[in-house]
Design a protein around this ligand. Structure first.
Ligand code: SAH
Length: 349
């Protein structure tokens, strides 16, 4: 049988696998064993499945393939950050990043190859969107990083952020499927509270998601609460205006009672004035929230510049005075282009 005629065994549910084994005269529980090999132990080959007989492993190998992603290139930053260029079955490449901290490890995963949005400060935007990742390709990035976390830091992965390449809400069904599997006891069994979906802000999908009563966290890349300014740096804002985003965010809180985090970079001459802070304070009234001030990571040929420390401190002072929690996120993995907005397949292009 030619390779191309083999079925991808990972497209089969646990029930499909159980039924398959019964159809070849085996016990149904063999289906559970294979499912565990595929989804919990991350087996890439039937020969790894040592609790099956040799004959059974060979039988599976004749009829099925295991389509999985492969780490094409791995880079380690001097701060411990690991960037993986991950090759998909069709040869396209996405990047996923492992970010170690004192007592946790975070995986930053991609949801699309490239991105359809056009944020002017982001390197991924220049790649354009090539395709959506399927749920398994998202899940596999998490598995790869979980394994690396155990290997390099002696602990399992603790957090996941959808802040890699792509806009997760433009690939909503697959992102949800992947999260289901990541949180399921059948998969990695991670707590949804440790997962953050980050979006540029697609109001309709935020509402849809809120209706499904999710237990993961939501982050919105706001960057400006002034309509014209936001449109000038994130042109798609003209399609999804701030007033709709504001309503969607308050709907999210109403339904989930979970505070939204606004991601915000302060740039020199763009959003570093008092009117920008005032607009943000007003936007924050939409629902209980936190603000995460992100350090700007320059991209090649980019025209943006990080604002001065005093401009950032101004933001912090005003937000804190209004009782809003503010965190400042320092960049990680800058030396290997692994920081926010720097993922652009540079090494593999
Ligand atoms: N599309 C999603 C997720 C990917 S971007 C979103 O927009 O949220 C992850 C975060 O990095 C976003 O907050 C984004 O605005 C930010 N970002 C993009 N380019 C950046 C850069 N050059 N420096 C710092 N942050 C950047």
């Amino acid at each position: 049988m030619k390779g191309s005629e083999k079925r991808d065994i990972r497209a089969m549910s646990r029930e499909d696998l159980r039924a398959f084994f019964v159809s070849v005269g085996e016990k149904a529980f063999r289906g559970n064993q294979v499912y565990e090999w595929l989804w919990q132990k991350g087996a890439h080959s039937f020969s790894d499945m040592t609790n099956l007989s040799l004959e059974l492993r060979q039988h599976l190998d004749t009829h099925f393939t295991i389509n999985h992603i492969a780490v094409d290139k791995m880079q380690r930053s001097k701060d411990g950050t690991v960037k993986n260029a991950v090759k998909l079955h069709d040869g396209l490449v996405v990047e996923s990043v492992l970010i170690p901290a004192e007592n946790r490890t975070t995986a930053c995963v991609s949801s699309q190859v490239g991105c359809s949005l056009d944020c002017r400060f982001c390197a991924t935007a220049r790649l354009k969107r090539m395709r959506n990742l399927n749920a398994d390709e998202i899940y596999d990035q998490v598995m790869v990083i979980d394994r690396q976390s155990r290997l390099y830091f002696n602990r399992p992965l603790s957090n996941i952020v959808f802040m890699g390449m792509g806009e997760p809400l433009m690939n909503y069904p697959n992102v949800m499927k992947a999260i289901d599997k990541i949180t399921s006891p059948d998969g990695l069994g991670m707590s949804p509270k440790r997962i953050t979906v980050s979006t540029s802000g697609v109001p309709k999908i935020i509402r849809k998601m809120a209706n499904e009563q999710p237990r993961f966290r939501l982050a919105v890349s706001l960057h400006s609460a002034i309509e014209e300014t936001r449109t000038s740096i994130m042109p798609f804002n003209s399609t999804f205006p701030l007033k709709d985003l504001r309503q969607a965010v308050s709907y999210w809180y109403e339904k989930t009672k979970s505070r939204v985090t606004y991601e915000y970079v302060v740039w020199k001459g763009i959003n570093d004035g008092p009117e920008d802070i005032e607009a943000l304070l007003d936007f924050c009234k939409a629902a209980p929230c936190k603000v995460n001030l992100i350090e700007y990571n320059p991209i090649e040929g980019g025209e943006f510049q990080q604002a001065s420390d005093s401009a950032v401190e101004n933001y912090i002072r005003h937000l804190e005075a209004a009782g809003i929690t503010v965190t400042v996120r320092r960049s990680r993995g800058k030396d290997i282009d692994a920081a926010c907005g720097q993922l652009a397949n540079k090494e593999t292009a």
